[in-house]
Design a protein around this ligand. Structure first.
Ligand code: SAM
Length: 227
């Protein structure tokens, strides 16, 4: 079966204009890139969720083309961006490079496991990416972060709310469709999913919603986990 989630951020992304940074990561409304006001709302949520400070060393998991994380370049000490899309990382290196940012192409777990510097980092961002992790990868990721890193806070933004999936699709949807990490929308999850896993691994979990003015407010929620 075709992996649409990979296709979207590799081939499809490379068909967009080289400087259509939001189009490349599907941050669009009716086919047009969202406005600066929407990006500012996302940045406010990330700042608050990660409780950012100038000493922070952040891993941006699924950083895409770097357009989002680059906005925090002056607020934190250091950033490591990881993404499995060769194309998006090439855009990041071309357009969103800075002395304190490193971009690495590869699947999240293999990069984390092979980078000797990973233990330096204290916070992680996953914005619009967690839906593309199947349950096995999600669990391995949480376990790895818990046991092998010094990350103490994660912000997982833009999680598709499973309880609202049928309202979104306006039709009945099967569990296998909602669990398909290779679809364009990825996996839809409940708040209980996060609560259960976090309890097991001794993390505290908090949920939030973007403000009403946010274009993708209705069907998504954000998760902040910390220990
Ligand atoms: C919607 S984009 C979000 C990009 C960026 N976080 C942002 O918000 O602008 C999702 C990104 O997750 C990346 N991704 C999905 N699964 C991944 C994995 N297992 N390892 C690394 N990157 C992954 C995709 O390549 C894509 O660039």
């Amino acid at each position: 079966m075709r992996d649409l989630s990979k296709y979207d951020y590799e081939e499809r992304a490379s068909e967009q204009d080289r400087d259509d940074y939001w189009g490349q990561v599907r941050r669009t409304v009716k086919g047009r890139p969202v406005g600066e006001d929407q990006i500012e709302l996302i940045c406010d949520a990330i700042k608050c969720g990660l409780d950012l400070s100038s000493a922070d060393k952040i891993i941006d998991v699924g950083c895409g083309n770097g357009a989002l994380i680059y906005r925090f370049q002056k607020d934190v000490y250091k950033i490591l961006g990881i993404d499995r899309s060769d194309y998006l990382i090439s855009v990041a290196k071309e357009s969103f490079q800075a002395k304190n940012i490193e971009y690495i192409v590869g699947d999240v777990l293999s990069v984390l496991k092979s980078s000797i510097c990973v233990r330096e980092y204290n916070k992680a961002l996953l914005y619009g990416v967690f839906s593309f992790f199947d349950d096995e990868l999600a669990l391995s990721f949480f376990e790895y972060i818990t046991k092998k890193t010094n990350i103490r806070r994660l912000f997982i933004g833009n999680v598709r709310d499973r309880l609202l999936a049928e309202k979104f699709y306006k039709r009945p949807v099967s569990a296998s469709e909602l669990d398909d990490s290779k679809s364009s929308m990825g996996v839809w999850r409940t708040r209980e999913y996060f609560t259960e896993r976090c309890e097991r691994l001794n993390w505290k979990v908090e949920f939030s919603k973007m403000p009403k003015e946010f274009y993708a407010n209705e069907y998504y929620f954000d998760v902040c986990i910390h220990r």
